[in-house]
Design a binder for this molecule. Structure first.
Ligand code: MG
Length: 155
């Protein structure tokens, strides 16, 4: 089975920029109820989607104060545990991060390793891609960051 996930957050000054668990030095960060980790949120939705468990908002509503400022690796771990409880395992994960700045190339290996660790798969089963929005639209203007993620799971 496969699952797909997408997430987007606004960027603003005075917020931290945490992507796939990496705290990236930046003038702007994500505005969010949780820590605003777009890759982890997209990944969580992909994992939940693969086993027909709805979406991250159903399991962790952003109206619930319990999830305020929480580290998003908890959401991913929750989805991974649900997959394992059903007797499935994760085959591979592929993520695309869309943002114009800062450049995230120096952090890609750490992002991949963080995901591999939480998902309990080897690093060669995880891929992180990054692309800019070519200066177009709100992502291009540096007002937001988006991520897409797909995963395959199997018996
Ligand atoms: Mg989100």
């Amino acid at each position: 089975m496969v699952g797909i996930g997408y997430d987007i957050h606004r960027l603003a000054e005075g917020e931290s920029l945490i992507i796939a668990g990496v705290n990236i030095p930046s003038d702007v960060g994500t505005v969010a109820h949780s820590d605003g980790d777009v890759v982890y949120h997209a990944l969580c939705d992909a994992l939940l989607g693969a086993i027909g468990l709805g979406d991250i908002g159903e399991h962790f509503p952003d109206t619930d104060p319990k999830w305020k400022g929480v580290s998003s690796d908890r959401f991913v771990k929750y989805a991974v545990d649900a997959i394992l409880e059903k007797g499935f395992s994760i085959v591979n994960i592929d993520c695309t991060l869309i943002m114009d700045k800062p450049k995230i190339k120096p952090y890609k290996v750490q992002m991949r390793d963080n995901i591999a660790s939480i998902c309990n798969v080897s690093a060669d089963r995880v891929n992180i891609k990054a692309t800019t929005n070519e200066g177009v639209g709100f992502i291009g203007r540096g007002e937001g960051v988006a991520a897409m993620c797909i995963c395959q799971i199997d018996l």
